[in-house]
Design a protein around this ligand. Structure first.
Ligand SMILES: [Zn+2]
Length: 378
């Protein structure tokens, strides 16, 4: 599959930041950095920000942004693409690598071949039905997010299982004939036991991600405690959502970039936002049809979805990303990508804006809804 770099949800600067390249000089459309491949420390590596290509004037290596990542870690271009997308979405740090001769051990860990969409759906459905929702999580969904018990039931929110139950959960699913190998989140631990990746520090509300054909294709956790880097400035919010993935684990599988869909697959108008829970809430409050990427920049799945919607009669896409799209470059790039892909598939696209004191479309709609309720009571 040939992918044009214009379609990538990241730039060469994102890759450079991710690899923590030491940047020596900056120009309007280029930077010079130390070369992670030959170990040059004089800033001989040129990164062209317009073309998203690089070349080291010392060792002569060069190429596109995937090649940069791929050469540093000794992985294929397609693995590089997936790992960069995953890392940008979760905000996780790049694995350590040695300069000048790179070969991170994590990339030698065998990965499972991905299970089929039907198998993933069946396994996730069985796993979710074995889990419960804690009273605290139910209260959050009702009180803070404005959902009803019927809505909670309908969308299927659950709480992440305690970590000590992960092995049992995986084993029981396998014993009951469900495919666990190749399902995102499942892997073989250091003791050779099948397990699923839920940890104490990543506990929270599990949110099903449904594809447009209704299959459960992924799970997102709304973390009880956002993950913050100790070096983060206090105003930085930290990571609030994680997508279940076992990429990099023994016999693990990546989550890819699933797109959540809620509403009518033949709707004339489809709203696009980020985050499955946000889409579910906004759909409940407005009755409109929503698609949601797992992060503003995880737009890889939009192309296929928009092609489907366009064939199915959708005429207009309404981009409803968070209002920080005006100051958050990552959200802004994601929003631009929504427009680009909509136009590619012959659909009109417009941007929805609202009172910026409400960040997400769900917050805004919930505030409107509660104001209406108050007026009715008066
Ligand atoms: Zn070099």
């Amino acid at each position: 599959m040939a992918i044009g770099t214009a379609d990538f949800p990241f730039s060469i600067l994102d890759v450079a930041a991710f690899l923590r390249l030491n940047i020596r000089r900056r120009g309007p459309d280029y930077v010079y950095a130390d070369c992670p491949i030959c170990g040059d420390r004089r800033g001989k590596m040129n990164l062209n920000l317009t073309k998203n290509v690089w070349r080291c004037n010392y060792c002569g290596e060069g190429g596109g942004m995937l090649a940069l990542y791929a050469k540093v870690y000794g992985v294929s271009s397609s693995a590089a693409y997936q790992e960069i997308c995953d890392a940008l979405q979760t905000g996780s740090a790049a694995p350590e690598y040695t300069v000048p001769y790179a070969a991170a051990s994590s990339n030698e860990i065998p990965q499972a071949e991905r299970a089929s969409v039907q198998e993933i759906h069946r396994t996730f459905t069985a796993m979710m039905s074995a889990l419960t929702l804690t009273p605290a999580h139910r209260e959050h969904l009702r009180g803070k997010r404005g959902l009803t018990d019927a809505g909670i039931e309908q969308f299927g929110f659950k709480s992440t299982p305690p970590p000590q139950l992960c092995r049992t959960l995986a084993r029981r699913l396998a014993e009951r004939g469900y495919t666990v190998q190749g399902v995102p989140g499942f892997y073989v631990d250091d003791y050779g036991k099948l397990t699923v990746k839920f940890h104490q520090r990543t506990s929270g509300i599990l949110i099903p991600i449904h594809s447009v054909d209704g299959l459960l294709c992924g799970l997102q956790t709304r973390l009880d405690k956002p993950i913050r880097d100790k070096d983060d400035p206090p105003e930085k919010e930290g990571i609030k959502y994680l997508t279940l993935s076992s990429a990099g684990k023994k016999m693990g599988t990546t989550s890819k970039s699933p797109v959540h869909f809620v509403g009518d697959p033949c709707s004339r108008v489809v709203y696009v936002t980020e985050g499955a829970l946000k889409a579910d809430i906004a759909h409940t409050l407005t009755g409109r049809t929503f698609a949601a990427t797992i992060g503003a920049n995880n737009t890889a799945g939009l192309d296929q979805l928009f092609a489907f919607l366009s064939r199915n009669g959708t005429e207009e896409i309404i981009e409803a990303e968070d209002m920080d799209k005006y100051r958050n470059p990552a959200v802004n790039r994601g929003a631009a990508k929504v427009h680009q892909v909509a136009i590619k598939h012959g659909m009109a696209c417009r941007q929805l804006i609202w009172d910026p004191q409400y960040k997400g479309i769900d917050d805004w709609q919930l505030a409107l809804h509660r104001r209406e309720q108050q007026n009715e009571e008066q």
